[in-house]
Design a protein. Structure first.
Length: 129
């Protein structure tokens, strides 16, 4: 007996298992692609957070806020585990934020390091300490 499209019912029944096999092969690849895409989005979000943290810290330090308060401002805006460096002199205030991001589930893979810097003109009369 011939069904639609000129295939016998026997041939259509034999091909039914191929779809399951193809999905079994394609599904892990799809999961991997989605995981890598999500990892890329999280790295981009960390970079944006580092930019915001460095800028906020540079503004606060340039206004003359004490360095512990500046580090606190940066720590609130930066991703967890970020390292902060603040340098202030008579003319410029420099803030650097650095964070290492480890890919989830891949412990032996090298981390991605995100670094951002911000520079602001130090306000007149601000002590360099």
């Amino acid at each position: 007996m011939v069904g639609r499209g000129g295939c016998s019912r026997y041939a259509a029944g034999r091909e039914r298992g191929f779809v399951t096999a193809e999905i079994a092969v394609a599904l892990p690849a799809l999961v991997l692609v989605i995981a890598v895409a999500l990892w890329g989005v999280s790295v981009a979000a960390a970079q944006v957070a580092c930019v915001d943290a460095a800028r906020a810290g540079a503004r606060a330090a340039a206004r003359g806020e004490p360095l512990p308060a500046v580090r606190s401002v940066v720590a609130r805006a930066a991703p967890a585990g970020a390292r902060v460096t603040v340098r202030r002199d008579g003319e410029l205030t420099k803030v650097s934020v650095r964070v290492e991001l480890h890919p989830p589930g891949l412990g032996e893979m090298a981390p991605i390091v995100v670094r951002e810097h911000a520079v602001a003109a130090t306000e007149p009369g601000v002590d360099a300490r």
